[in-house]
Design a protein around this ligand. Sequence first.
Ligand code: TMP
Length: 240
Amino acid sequence: MEKREKLYEGKAKILYLTDDPELVIQYFKDDATAFNAQKKGSIHQKGIYNNRISSQLFQLLEKQGMATHFVEQMNDREMLVKKVDIMPIEVVARNRVAGSLAKRMGLAEGITLAHPILEFYYKRDDLGDPMINEDHIAVFELANKEEVAGIKKAALAVNEFLRDWFAEINISLVDFKLEYGRYGGQILLADEITPDGCRLWDMQTEEKLDKDRFRRDLGKIEEAYREVYKRICQKTGCIN
Ligand code: TMP
């Protein structure tokens, strides 16, 4: 696989073309942003841990028969993925109250929801990724009805699987963000699943093991990412 020119640079990742038009390389950076890039920083070795964590989790989902963009982890910071046309929708799945939901509903963080909540956000950095609903998605033609139904079903299935899987390594999957992409006639789970876009709390101590440590200046950020990877490896047998 030959690495070609840079296709796109985002806040935490860079995409490179390859000699195969169907495949791109996802390079994970240490850069961290929060609050729509108003807060900027760097987390030592975050890119390495995010690449490893995401690779492990996508492999687990693939084993469950879920369609993802994952092809292989190439090295410490690079993952080979299918070149999808990313949909302009961010899907957030929530199992417990936290973050913007706590604020919106005036509730304390940590309350377990009666059933998972799915939310949609319009993927537009210049607008601060505003929340949208299925009518917005339809009227503004961000996706068709069939695609939305497929994404909802797929996101709920990912949530159910990962919530139970994380519980076995003593981590509560509070909420997380997913992105989907079109690939031929298929819709694939794309982007990443990492502590950057998930809230992961230790089940006993409720200690935060995710990017909230950076957003809220809680310290021990790198340690948290490393701990998540360590626990994942305890279950999958990966080397940490
Ligand atoms: P929120 O509570 O701030 O809406 O975040 C919900 C989840 O989505 C949380 O796990 C973090 C993730 N997330 C992202 O991945 N990117 C974002 O831009 C935002 C706002 C949240």
